[in-house]
Design a protein around this ligand. Structure first.
Ligand code: TMP
Length: 244
């Protein structure tokens, strides 16, 4: 697969065609943005780290019967994926209150939720990815009722698998964002990436509310040591993957 044509460049990844129309190539960049790209920077080595972590997690999920777009990882920061039409939804699952949930509801940071909360956001940069109600989601025809049911079930299954896995890594999976796509048969596949850019991950060994942060909040909130936190997540994912 050599022929390449840039299809799309996003904030953290570039998507290329390959000579197989069913397969695309994702290049993971070191670029980092936050607050809808109002804050921009770079995290050294992030492309490789996020590509590696995502690849391992997609394979773990496949082993637990979650269909993903992952095909293989031909180089350190490239991933072959199945070509899908991305649904314009960001599906967020939360186990513990943090981020916008705290800002918008007044819930205290760190409140353990009785059951996981699944939320749908409109994937639309111009509008700032607003939180949707189900009625608005249907009003805008972003998915069918049957697709919403499937997305919720898949997101909760991903949460079960990843929470258990990260627990074994000594990491608490606080919340995360997923994106899904439709293949040619209209089957829903988990797409995009799963990495410290898209998850909140807290080190269980450190109760300090700033030191425990192992994810992009270190960049968003200028907590420092961003690279080493990402590197530490990768080390633990690799060690745990090797054990199981
Ligand atoms: P939030 O608390 O800011 O709504 O974020 C919830 C989760 O979604 C958190 O794990 C970070 C992730 N996320 C993204 O992956 N991309 C985004 O653009 C935003 C705002 C959050």
């Amino acid at each position: 697969m050599t022929a390449r044509h840039k299809l799309y460049e996003g904030k953290a990844k570039i998507l290329y065609t390959t000579d197989d129309p069913e397969i695309l190539l994702t290049y993971f960049k070191d670029d980092a943005t936050a607050f809808n790209a109002q804050k921009r920077g770079s995290i050294a080595g992030k492309g490789e780290i996020n590509c590696a972590i995502s690849s391992h997690l997609f394979q773990l999920l496949e082993a637990h019967h979650v269909s993903t777009h992952f095909v293989d990882r031909p180089t350190a920061n490239e991933m072959h994926v199945r070509a899908v039409t991305i649904l314009p939804l960001e599906v967020v699952v939360r186990n513990i209150a943090a981020g916008s949930l705290c800002q918008q509801t007044g819930l205290e940071l760190g409140t353990v939720l009785e059951q996981p909360l699944v939320e749908f956001y409109y994937k639309n940069d111009a509008l700032g990815d607003p939180l949707l109600t189900l009625d608005r989601l249907f009003l805008l025809d972003l998915a069918t009722a049957a697709q919403v049911d499937q997305l919720r079930a898949k997101a909760l299954q991903v949460n079960r698998v990843l929470s258990e896995f990260f627990q074994k890594c000594g990491i608490t999976l606080v919340d995360f964002k997923l994106e899904f796509g439709l293949d040619r048969e209209q089957q829903i596949l988990l797409a995009d990436e799963i990495s410290p850019d898209t998850c909140r991950l807290w080190d269980q060994a450190d109760p300090d509310p700033n030191r425990r942060v192992m994810d992009k909040d270190r960049f968003r909130r200028d907590l420092g040591d961003v690279e080493s936190a990402y590197q530490q997540v990768l080390q633990r994912v690799l060690a745990q993957t090797a054990q199981s």
